[in-house]
Design a protein around this ligand. Structure first.
Ligand SMILES: C[S@@+](CC[C@H](N)C(=O)[O-])C[C@H]1O[C@@H](n2cnc3c(N)ncnc32)[C@H](O)[C@@H]1O
Length: 201
């Protein structure tokens, strides 16, 4: 789908102007104390810009040119990339790779597992993949966890909200933190075809 970056951003500007707290995602990520964050599916950069304001080294990437245009207007000094996480290979890794705001629900059809793989290959050793998305819109959490396991990540935390409300069966949103599995597992990743490859994590 194509986005209109300016109208997407305007919705959050209106909430902020009405006094709503719009930085729950940034609060959560900052609480993990990362030095660097890849905002994966950054949209207009609303989270990345807040993290940068808090002193975190951040890059934003999004498929959508209109979203990145708005992000560039709002924060011309930050690094913004138009690209598909399932395909791109940046020349660096990050303490946190963040997917805020339902990113896996909006990735092009057939690219969800590739999206998770793309996030994992940009994660530094000891890093965390953080994702928040609605779980009753056609993408099961068990499928998401399975994609994470397939690239060597395990579930470390799960909450129902960005302010860490407990996750239970009634939840319709999940904030998940996946981390690298035991160091002995890190040299090998089982690919979906069943073959094993060595990886430098
Ligand atoms: C609802 S927006 C969320 C934007 C932002 N993270 C936020 O919380 O405001 C979802 C974004 O994910 C992006 N996206 C989905 N799949 C992607 C992919 N494979 N690579 C890069 N961006 C992707 C879309 O282009 C869209 O801008």
């Amino acid at each position: 789908m194509g986005w209109d970056g300016e109208s997407y951003q305007a919705r959050f500007d209106r909430l902020a102007a009405a006094g709503e707290h719009v930085h729950g995602e940034a609060d959560f990520v900052a609480g993990l104390e990362p030095a660097s964050v890849l905002d994966a599916g950054c949209g207009t950069g609303r989270v990345a810009i807040e993290l940068a304001r808090r002193g975190i080294d951040v890059i934003g990437i999004d498929l959508d040119g209109s979203m990145i245009q708005t992000a560039t207007r709002l924060a011309p000094d930050l690094e913004w990339i138009v690209g598909d996480l399932s395909a791109v290979r940046l020349d660096r890794r990050f303490d946190v790779v963040l997917m805020a705001g339902n990113v896996p629900l909006f990735t092009p059809p057939g690219t969800r597992s590739g999206l998770i793989d793309g996030c994992a290959r940009h994660l530094a050793p000891g890093g965390a993949l953080v994702a928040g998305f609605q779980i009753r819109r056609g993408f099961r959490l068990s499928t998401y966890d399975g994609y994470c396991t397939a690239v060597g990540l395990h579930l470390a935390e799960r909450h129902a909200t960005w302010d860490r409300q407990p996750f239970d069966d009634g939840a319709d949103y999940a904030v998940s933190v996946h981390r690298w599995s035991a160091p002995t597992d890190l040299g090998k990743v089982v690919l979906r075809g069943g073959a094993q490859v060595s990886r430098d994590r």
